[in-house]
Design a protein around this ligand. Structure first.
Ligand code: ASC
Length: 166
């Protein structure tokens, strides 16, 4: 589990102790009820990663499909971000973060019940985004286009299986 979530809980516990209240006491309960649950934070964290992912893949998609002119420097910058984030995504799906009260998630339960397949598709994304970085470093549009298309395919393969589109 990523440390930042553990730390929030630890920090709340320390706060409750410092105030001299039991976690079963009224004030302790109020504190716990006001704080977002650990899994709600995890869901928000992974959604934030996908937002940044999409924000950086969009200009790549536009260049790859001719909706925007090819800009080698821009393509490389965006590709590096997409590759970096693709290596962080898996940590957004720790055990027990399937659902949380008050938070909408698009993550299907199969992510946790068929983790090997999810991990395989995630690894594929990492492979394709790494290849996209290599392609953009050449500055060659002809190398960029198929690599961007392959990355889009890797995104879609996982969405088709594990993302609820509602
Ligand atoms: C995007 C975006 C996605 C992917 C996917 C690729 O720009 O937001 O989720 O590309 O549509 O197939």
């Amino acid at each position: 589990m990523p440390n930042r979530f553990v730390n929030v809980r630890t920090a709340l516990g320390a706060l409750a102790l410092a105030a001299g209240i039991s976690s079963f006491g009224g004030a302790g309960l109020a504190l716990a009820a006001d704080a977002p649950s650990v899994s709600a934070q995890q869901i928000e964290y992974r959604q934030a990663m996908y937002t940044v992912m999409a924000g950086n893949f969009a200009p790549l998609g536009a260049m790859a499909t001719g909706k925007a002119p090819f800009n080698a420097k821009e393509a490389q910058k965006r590709a590096e971000r997409v590759a970096y984030i693709s290596n962080m995504l898996s940590e957004g799906f720790p055990p027990g973060s399937n659902q949380a009260k008050g938070t909408h998630t698009h993550a299907k339960p199969e992510i946790w019940s068929n983790r090997a397949e999810f991990d395989k598709l995630m690894k594929n994304l990492q492979t394709e985004t790494a290849a996209l970085v290599v392609a953009t470093r050449t500055g060659d549009e002809a190398k960029f286009k198929p690599a961007a298309a392959a990355t889009g395919k890797a995104c879609k393969a996982c969405h088709d299986k594990f993302k609820q589109e509602d």
